[in-house]
Design a protein around this ligand. Structure first.
Ligand SMILES: *Cc1c(COP(=O)(O)O)cnc(C)c1O
Length: 386
């Protein structure tokens, strides 16, 4: 069997060995309930709070503003539904977001719309970046919440979060950002960027799956998610997933510590890959060239089907994506690329490659050989000529 080249780090990432080691005791002998008063339980409380502190520190927030969730989707649901419930009581029934959010945002907005909320989706333009002046224009008297993702999961484009946050703060509008893709790659500062609510997820930066967090700025009157015990200050009840929380903390710590070096290394590999692949005729890059996540490449190839390309690449041991994992399985062109104005045919011929710190220059060499060959092969079968 060929060794696998994993170039789909936006879908999920490999668990870090240090993270695994840190988690194991909590799946074995440290099985106490953190709420128990005897030492077996109390011993578990400490690492949980350390994990909270690490996350708070990495985001520029305070410990009591971090709440563990089951992942990014839950954090996003809680942020939007929680904000909506509170704001509606104050007559604010208008929410602004963007056309290319993750499904856990867009589908939650659909549900809120059915409950009578009015939703405005900002355009993301050809470069995949929201313009602050568009936000200014969309704000109404009854706007209560703005939710704009920090970095997009398909095209990797990075939004002007600080500017958008400043606009919202000035108007007294709550500002949420889905930072699930950004948290592993970009420096974030919830205070400087005027962020009220922020979602993140462990498995996108070498942490375990099924754990994430919602940052809730202190002072926000925010409704509880799960009623029950006093865990998470009573906001999200249920016995803590101790191993996963500890894993999340260690993953965040490693990420924060090595972010600059990792970004530089990953960006260099990505840029070499980009330069090589752009020399394929009929190949174009989707989304802004500079303002994108260091590992992200989203390319369209004229005359091919993205799905067929993925299948052939899989046979060559290459894991890539044609869009987001959450949207795959459908034959429709990616709604993200459509939001960038990419025409439907080209959007269908798209390939997302997301590199991470575990990729190597040798793998880039292989990708630079295998992808052009596969594209040429597919085009030959379809009788395509540039
Ligand atoms: C992966 C992802 C999510 C969902 O996170 P889960 O932990 O898998 O629920 C949300 N938003 C973005 C941008 C993502 O990439």
């Amino acid at each position: 069997m060929k060794p696998i080249i994993y170039a789909d780090n936006a879908a999920t990432t490999r668990l870090s060995p240090t993270v695994l080691e840190a988690m194991l005791p909590f799946l074995r002998e440290e099985y106490g309930n953190a709420s128990s008063l005897y030492s077996l339980g109390r011993r578990v409380r400490v690492p949980l709070e350390e994990a909270r502190e690490t996350i708070a520190r990495c985001l520029g927030g305070q410990n009591r503003e971090i709440f563990f969730t089951s992942g990014g989707s839950e954090a996003n649901n809680w942020a939007l539904k929680g904000a909506a419930a509170f704001l509606a009581k104050n007559g604010k029934r208008h929410i602004i977001s963007t056309a290319f959010e993750h499904p856990s945002i867009l589908h939650t907005l659909d549900a809120l719309k059915r409950e009578g909320f009015s939703i405005t989706l900002l355009p993301v333009h050809e470069n995949g970046i929201v313009r602050p002046e568009d936000l200014q224009r969309a704000i109404r008297e009854d706007t209560g919440l703005v939710s704009v993702m920090y970095a997009n999961n398909e095209v990797g484009t990075i939004q002007p979060i600080g500017e958008l946050g400043a606009i919202c703060r000035q108007k007294g509008i709550w500002f949420h950002t889905d930072a699930v893709q950004a948290a592993g790659a970009l420096p974030i500062d919830v205070v400087k960027e005027h962020i009220d609510l922020l979602s993140l997820s462990g498995h996108k930066f070498h942490g375990p799956k099924g754990i994430g967090a919602l940052y809730i700025r202190e002072g926000l009157h925010f409704p509880n998610l799960i009623h029950g015990g006093e865990q998470e200050s009573g906001r999200r009840a249920g016995t803590e997933n101790t191993a996963a929380i500890v894993g999340l903390g260690v993953a965040m710590e490693e990420t924060c510590l090595h972010r600059e070096d990792t970004s530089r290394k990953v960006r260099a590999m990505r840029d070499r890959l980009l330069t090589g692949l752009l020399s394929i005729p009929g190949c174009r890059l989707n989304g802004d060239r500079e303002r994108r996540l260091p590992g992200n490449l989203n390319l369209s190839f004229a005359g091919i089907e993205g799905e067929s390309l993925l299948l052939l690449l899989d046979m060559r041991g290459i894991c890539a994506s044609s869009g987001s994992a959450c949207a795959s399985g459908s034959q429709d062109p990616s709604y993200v690329l459509r939001a960038l104005g990419v025409d439907a045919e080209l959007a269908k011929g798209s390939l997302r490659l997301t590199l991470g710190d575990l990729n190597t220059e040798e793998e880039v060499d292989i990708l630079l050989r295998e992808i052009p060959e596969t594209v040429a092969h597919l085009r030959q079968m379809r009788g395509w000529h540039s």
